[in-house]
Design a protein around this ligand. Structure first.
Ligand SMILES: O=c1[nH]c(=O)c2ncn([C@@H]3O[C@H](COP(=O)(O)OP(=O)(O)OP(=O)(O)O)[C@@H](O)[C@H]3O)c2[nH]1
Ligand SMILES: [Mg+2]
Length: 308
């Protein structure tokens, strides 16, 4: 039996079920779906014996309704869902036709991030693997130039990095410009975070300078309020770039704590938990960080932007 679920407003989309098993997911032309549009929302990870579907929250309500209709048919279970939640559904091997395996390679995409910072890249790799994307950075392309960060704002610098590399490669490119903003320093080091203690400064030198700057002026915790900021820009040929932001509130510790992370992580205390970012695992930091929040905002807008 072949069952067609036709999307009400986007008629390129259909889910095809055979004998109540997920046989394949294809568009109305019978082609396997490999467009990234909804793969951002619904990701199919064939586990060894089954299929794991992760639905990220920001799909339009009518798409979610369709998705749940399919899930109910396939599993016989009623899944509850609320906005802001990430839903993971695992279907057992017997429910699946082996053809689903080919979906993975079709859906697997690579995204180039215009950064040479391996700390950022590690975080993006973990976040994007949830969405079925592999990540490359500029260290994988030694022939590509360093883009000078001559802007005065995070957005200007992120645009410079994303748009320059996209023009040179002809590919869609994501760039991150981020930094630490300390209240009592009027938002510094800000866009100069990587260069606070001078060009090519080490993380240790930047951290030492920050502690030095705060030593006399900011004794009490209220005076040490700060936030991490990220601006993400996605650039692609012939498109206006997509720009989103994310912020993480906290304060600056008086001594470094923790060994994980990079940059100012040992000095940045998360407002909620009182732990420094370097005392968090990668997974914990990726739940709350400025970068994670910016990515969440990106996912809200990305599919619509890709369709334009
Ligand atoms: O402790 C930290 N945890 C973080 O999560 C974080 N995110 C940013 N930063 C700091 O801000 C600079 C960004 O500057 P930035 O965006 O120009 O990046 P970058 O120069 O290191 O690499 P690139 O992406 O430009 O190649 C970085 O170097 C760090 O000092 C962080 N510090
Ligand atoms: Mg930089």
């Amino acid at each position: 039996m072949k069952k067609l679920y036709k999307h009400t407003t986007r008629d390129i989309f259909a889910f095809v079920l055979e004998d109540q098993r997920v046989l394949k997911i294809e568009n109305i032309f019978g082609e396997p779906i490999e467009i990234p549009l909804y793969s951002v929302f619904f990701k199919y990870f064939p586990a060894e014996q089954g299929l794991k579907i992760i639905a990220v929250d920001e799909a339009p309500a009518d798409v979610m309704d369709l998705f749940f209709q399919v899930l109910r048919d396939v599993t016989g279970q009623d899944y509850q869902y609320s906005l802001g939640q990430v839903l993971t559904v695992e279907l057992s091997g017997q429910n699946l036709h082996s053809e689903t395996v080919s979906l993975k390679s079709k859906a697997q995409k690579t995204l180039l991030i215009a950064t040479r910072n391996e700390g950022k890249t590690r975080e993006f790799k973990a976040m994007f693997s949830q969405l079925g994307y592999a990540i490359k950075n500029l260290n994988d392309f030694p022939e590509l130039p360093d883009v000078a960060e001559t802007g005065m704002t995070f957005e200007e610098n992120a645009r410079l990095k994303a748009e320059t590399i996209s023009e040179l490669t002809g590919e869609m490119v994501l760039a991150d410009d981020s930094g630490l903003m300390v209240d009592v320093l009027g938002g510094l080091p800000g866009v100069w975070s990587a260069r606070f203690a001078g060009d090519h400064a080490t993380d240790a030198a930047n951290n030492a300078k920050l502690l030095h700057e705060l030593a006399s002026t900011a004794i009490s915790p209220e005076k040490r309020k700060a936030k991490f900021h990220t601006t993400l820009v996605v650039a692609a040929p012939e498109k206006d770039s997509l720009v989103v932001e994310g912020e993480w509130p906290g304060e600056i510790a008086t001594i470094p704590k923790g060994d994980d992370g990079f940059g100012y992580d040992p000095l940045f205390v998360d407002e909620e938990t009182g732990r420094t970012a370097a005392q968090m695992t990668l997974e914990q930091k990726n739940q709350v960080s400025h970068r994670a929040r910016a990515l969440k905002n990106l996912l809200k807008k990305w599919p619509e932007w890709l369709r334009q």
